[in-house]
Design a protein around this ligand. Sequence first.
Ligand SMILES: Nc1ncnc2c1ncn2[C@@H]1O[C@H](COP(=O)(O)OP(=O)(O)OP(=O)(O)O)[C@@H](O)[C@H]1O
Length: 764
Amino acid sequence: MPESTTVQPELEAERNYVTTLYARLDELRAEKVEQLTRTRRTGPQGSIQNVSERDSFAALYEDRLAQLNAVEDKLVFGRLDLDDDVNRDGEEAGAPRYIGRIGMTDDELRRLMVDWRAPEAAAFYQATALHRQGVRRRRHLMLRGRTVLGLDDEVLDTDLFSENDTEHLQGEGALMAALTQKRTGRMGDIVGTIQSEQDAIIRSPLAGVLVVQGGPGTGKTAVALHRAAFLLYEHRERLNSAGVLLVGPSNSFMRYIERVLPSLGETGVVMASVGELYPGIIAVPEQNRESARIKGKAFMAKVMAKAVSNRQRLLAEDRRVVVEGTRLVLTRGAVRHAREKARASRKPHNEAREVFTKTLVRELAEQLQQVLEDSAGNGNAVDRSYLVQEVRESRDVRIALNLCWMPMTPQSLLEELYAKEHLLAAAAPQLNSRELAALHRSPGSPWTESDVPLLDEAAELLGDFKAVGNKDGGAEAQLKRDLENAEATLQNVEEMLFNAGIDGLVEAEDLAAMNQETAARQTAAERAVADRNWAYGHVVVDEAQELSPMQWRLLMRRCPLKSFTVVGDIAQTSSASGASSWAQAMKPFVAERFTLEELTVNYRTPMQIAEAATRVAHAAGLTISTPKAVREGQWPPLVDRLAPGELLSKLHEVMPGEVAIADGGLLAVIVPESRLTQVRAAVQGQFGRRVGSGSGGLSQDIVVLGAREAKGLEFDVVVVIEPQEMIDEVEGSVGDLYVAMTRTTQRLRIMAEGEIPAGIDTEE
Ligand SMILES: Nc1ncnc2c1ncn2[C@@H]1O[C@H](COP(=O)(O)OP(=O)(O)OP(=O)(O)O)[C@@H](O)[C@H]1O
C-alpha cells in the first residue's frame, strides 16, 4: 500500500469522525445536565411518592452523567470494516462500525458507535485471518485527548498471510504502544487492546464458577475487571439489584485498580479487600504466619461452632434465685431441658436464647405461682402474666440465665476466645499448646484479615445481637421490606440456577431472608457494603490463590448462587493458608463443578526477566505455568553481589541511576518484611518525600514495600533486596520472590549481601 498517499487522508477522515463522536458526547452531557437541573428545580414538594420519584430520577441522571464524564479518555478506539452481507442493525451497508467505551446514536437513532461489550463488538477482539467473522479490516485508533494520533490496521481478508500470522497478537502496534507506556501507579483499562484469549474469558457465561489460572502479567486482573464490566452490561437487569462484588488482596491493590471500572463507565461494583469483608471492621494484615495458617484452616468453622455451644452452659448444681422476696430453685434438669429446646429450634445462639429464657421464665413463674398460692391458702388464684413479668425482671434470674446463655456479639465471642486459653482449648481440641499460644491476643488488639472470616462465621452462628429482647414495632415492617427485596432477586436466582444446571445449592427461603433493605434511597452497592447478609449476583476474586478455606467460606456465603470469577496464579501463593491447587480450593464448595481457563501470554515482564523468574521457580521445584513474554527487554536482570555490611551504601549509590532509568515512571524497592523499616528509612533519607509507602504510596514515583504488598502491582523498575531472605521468611517458599521479580515492566536489579538463590543468573 503506498502509505504516504493513503495514510494521511485516512487519518484526516478518522479525526473528523472522532470529532463528531465527541461532539455527540458533549451534547448528551448537556442534555443530562439540563434534565438534572430541571428535576432538582422541582423542589421538595408534593406527596412522599412524588419526592421519592424525583429523587430516583435525579439519581438516574446523575449516574448517567457520571458515566458520560468517565468515558472522555479514549472514547473510541476501534473500527471494523465488514463484509457487505454482515447483518447490520441500525447501520448502513458498507459503513464502518466504530467500537468505543459506550454505545452512541445520533438524534435520529443512527448508530455512531458500538459499546465494546455488545455482541456486535465481539469480532473486534476475536476475528482472525483464519476466522474472519465478516471482518475485512480491523483498525485501532490511537488517541491523545480528543485527537487521533495514529492508526494501526490489520487486514484480514487477504491471502497474504502465512499460517503463522494467524497467531499474531491483535493490533500489535496498539498493544505495544500500550505496554511500553510509563506506569502511573494506577492500573488503566485495556479495552482497546483486549486479546482474543482474554476476550473469550471476559465474555463467558455468568453462571457457575470460572477459575482463570495465569502466570504473572498475563492480564488476570485486567480480565477480571473487564469481565465485571461485561457482566454488568450483559446482565444489567439481574445484577443491578443484587450487585457484583470484586475482592482483592490488599488496600494498596484496591487503590491500584480503583479507576479501571469507572473508566469503563461502571461505578456500581462493590470493591473490597479481604480485610474489608466484614461490615464495620477494617482489618490489618495478619503478621503472624502461624496464626494466619491456623485461622485459615477449614476446621476453624467447627471450632467456632464449638465455642458457641460451649457458651450454652448447664448448671453444676441447682441454683437458688430470689424473685420479689420469694426463693425459687432453678434446677439443673430445667436448664438442660430449656437448652435442648432452644437448640432444637435450630436458630442461631442469640435468637435461640429467646426460646431458652422463655422456657425457664415460664418454669420459674409456675414455681412462684405455686408458692404464692400455697401461702395464700386454698382457692386463691394468682395472675400468671404478672408473675412472668416479676420473674423476668428479677436480677437473680437475669444473672442465672445469662450465666447459662449469654447473648454475644461476634467480636465479644472471638475476643474472649483469643484472650482465655482454656476457652480456646475447650473449643479447639485439635490445637496443641504451641498453636494455642500463637492465637493468643489481648482484648482490644486490632482485628486482622484472618479474623474476618472467623467473625463472619461467628455472626452466622450467633445471629442478630439486636434481636435479644428487642422486639420493636419496626421489625415487622423490616421483614416485609426484606421479603419484597428478596422477591425481586428470587426470580433471577431460579433462572440462573436453572441455566447453570445447579439445584439444591440454595434454599429459596434462605434468599428471602437476605438483602435487607436498610434505606430506600441507598444504591444497591451502598446497601450491600453495609450488609453482611447481602447476596451478591456475582463475585469476582483476584489473587484468589491467597485465600484460605475460611475466607472461601465467607465468600461463598456472600453469593449463594455460586456465580464466581476466580483469577489467580497458584505459583504466586505466599499466604500461609493459601491454595496449592484450584481443585483443592474449590472442592468443599462446588466439588468438581468449576471451569478452568488459562491465560498464556505475559504482557508485563520483558522476556529475559520472565525467564529468570521461571528459572528461580523451577530451581525451587515449583510447578508453574510459563507464559510467553510478548516483548524483549532492554536489560537482562542485574545482580549485585555485595560484601557484608555493604547493602545500604551500594543501594544509595545505585538508586539515582535506577530512578533516572525509570524516567518519570515508577520505581519499587521490594524487600524482605524484616528489612522494610531499615531500607525505607535509608531510601527516604536519600529521596525524602518522593518515597511512598502503604496504600497511598503508589502516588509517589519511588516506593519501598514488601513482596506481599507488591502482589498484583507493577513498576517500570524494580530493585529486589536480599532475595534469599525473602524465601527464608516464608519457610522456604519461593512464591514471594517470584512475585517480586515479575513486578517489573522494564528493568530488574537484585542486590544481596547474602546468598543468591539458584536460577537468577543465566550462567547457573
Ligand atoms: N490485552 C492487553 N492490552 C494491553 N495491556 C495489557 C493487556 N493484557 C494485559 N495488559 C497489561 O499487562 C499488565 C499485566 O496485567 P495484569 O496486572 O492484569 O496481570 P496479572 O495476570 O494480574 O499479573 P500478576 O498475577 O502478576 O499480578 C498490565 O499493565 C495490563 O494493563
